[in-house]
Ligand binder design. Sequence first.
Ligand code: DQA
Length: 185
Amino acid sequence: MADSRAGTRRPRRAATGKTAARPRETAAGPVRVGVLHGPNLNLLGRREPEIYGRQSLAEIDALLSQAAENLGCTLRIVQANGEGELVEAIHTFGDWAEAIVINPAAYTHYSLAVADALRAVGLPAIEVHLSNPEAREEYRRVSVVAPACVGKVAGFGALSYRLGLEAAVRLVQERRAAREGKDGA
Ligand code: DQA
């Protein structure tokens, strides 16, 4: 599992081996977003470029880090080829992030484990795809992950990730504002 970080530290582990509690949302701090890339996305750039484009995953991550700087948010980015690794990465994000942007790749179409992990951590998740799976083969038209997400961006190449990140940040900001309004009332 590859893990690249943009200006953040690993969530602290308590003596029990469990991850520390999720930091309380604060209006002042940067929005914390976990980005997950599923299987085979590490091969972007040379993997079916006519479908997925010529940008490498490192280039997409660099774009995302730049966008995160402009949006004032902090990113942690993980790529994993295994289903269990993806599930564990979601659990770890659950202790730190306020939203998740996920391209589950092929797991989109059949991984109830990934969908359940997203439900279990209870963070708003945005599903993203480089291609538009609904315009492709029949078996790609089903997303079992979609019902565990607040929304989806697909078909725009690397821009799908950027739009997904913007949506995630906006969502968290709205939730923070709503919470502040409640606290202040
Ligand atoms: C993908 C679409 C999936 O159907 C496929 O299995 C992928 C990539 C996309 O980003 O377009 O690996 O998630």
